[in-house]
Write a protein that binds this ligand. Structure first.
Ligand code: UT7
Length: 334
């Protein structure tokens, strides 16, 4: 008798964004930019930002509670918490530990996974393997980011600041014997390009956490070589879509929905064009939220499900690219 394969199905999803909205026009007050530039180059119209002492874990707990309610389960029934973020509340411990406490839990294991914009797909893979191995039955996976306090809101930082937003998306994964859930996953990274998109300081490199000179040079703000990253993003996303399809033994036609990382609408349009993916299958919400790094894909997943566009039984392909460089693709049967 062959043992039944255990899979990790999506039981519930949640999205949370802080209430304050910054429209492109609002940014013209702080820096030399324009609504036209931001829309044309990225597709972004507005983003949500935190205020009043709110931190990443506060965003995480809100989307987590929604996902738990959707999955019809309590925080106590969660066996493991994974948080993907590049904007933690503190240098350490991770957001996952803070979130665990905010959910009222005592000793549930928790871990942060730092793979920037690919972090949610990496986390999905880790959760899937824990479930398939039988170690845990229910895992909470959260992507959460509070970028806004970390950005340079002056003209010096405009090429990055206008692109990012704050928010969180959560998914409850649980064990099932049905033929659904997270299927093939492909992960990659290439540290050779770490300095093309990074926050160099504060950190232990060069032995000093943050000098006055680092501060003057703005090394604590994100730096991105935009065009270089754009080119790599298109190339790697296109490759990873093909790779994960091949691993699963499927063609583009068999995929109902494509959820790409929300860094720039032009990147995703280019990938869709190169792969001949019909535009109605490619979802986006960058217009409203900007780039929410590790939170973008779970936010988009929740929103697309809630809009009634994704039905149970349908097949989703997720793909992301970001700092590291890291990139990843996953196929999920909802
Ligand atoms: O999530 C991680 C992955 N991230 C990405 O994948 C992002 C990839 N990169 C991009 O999306 C694009 O490269 C950007 C949206 C960042 C920039 O678009 P671009 O078409 O590559 O513009 P550019 O960087 O070549 O800049 C064009 C011009 C420059 O001026 P000059 O040198 O031509 O006079 C910039 O100084 O636009 C200027 N500029 C701005 N102007 C108004 C840069 N930022 C702004 C701004 N507002 N916010």
């Amino acid at each position: 008798m062959t043992a039944t394969k255990i899979r990790a199905r999506i039981a519930g999803t949640g999205l949370y964004v802080p209430p304050k909205v910054l429209k492109n026009q609002d940014l013209e007050q702080f820096m030399d930019t324009s609504d036209e530039w931001i829309r044309q180059r990225s597709g972004i119209e507005e983003r949500h930002v935190i205020e009043g002492g709110i931190a990443t874990s506060d965003l995480a707990v809100e989307s987590a509670r929604i996902a738990l309610a959707e999955a019809n389960c309590t925080p106590e029934s969660i066996d493991l918490i994974i948080v993907a973020t590049l904007s933690p509340d503190h240098q350490f411990p991770g957001v996952s530990a803070v979130l665990q406490h905010k959910l009222g839990l005592e000793t549930t294991p928790s871990m942060d996974l730092r793979c920037q914009c690919s972090g949610f797909i990496y986390s999905l893979n880790v959760a899937k393997l824990f479930i398939e191995a039988g170690q845990y039955k229910r895992v909470l996976v959260v992507g959460a980011e509070a970028h806004s306090p970390l950005l340079d809101w002056t003209t010096r930082g405009r090429d990055v600041a206008v692109l990012f937003g704050d928010g969180s998306g959560s998914v409850v994964l649980e064990a099932t014997e049905d033929n659904v859930g997270v299927s093939s996953v492909v992960l990659h990274s290439q540290g050779q390009f770490a300095d093309r998109l990074w926050v160099e300081k504060p950190g232990t490199s060069k032995g000093v956490w943050l000098t006055e000179e680092d501060r003057q040079a703005g090394r604590m703000f994100p730096f991105m070589e935009g065009r270089y990253v754009f080119k790599h993003a298109v190339e790697r996303l296109t490759q990873v879509v093909k790779e994960v399809l091949e691993k699963e033994g499927l063609s583009i036609d068999a995929i109902d929905h494509f959820l790409f990382h929300q860094a720039n609408i032009r990147i995703n349009e280019k990938v869709a064009e190169l792969l001949s993916i019909p535009s109605y299958k490619v979802h986006s919400n960058i217009q409203k939220y900007g780039n929410c790094s590790a939170a973008s894909i779970p936010m988009l997943l929740d929103e697309t499900i809630r809009a009634g566009k994704i039905a149970r039984g349908q097949t989703i392909l997720m793909a992301a690219f970001g700092a590291g460089f890291t990139w990843a693709g996953a196929i999920v049967r909802y």
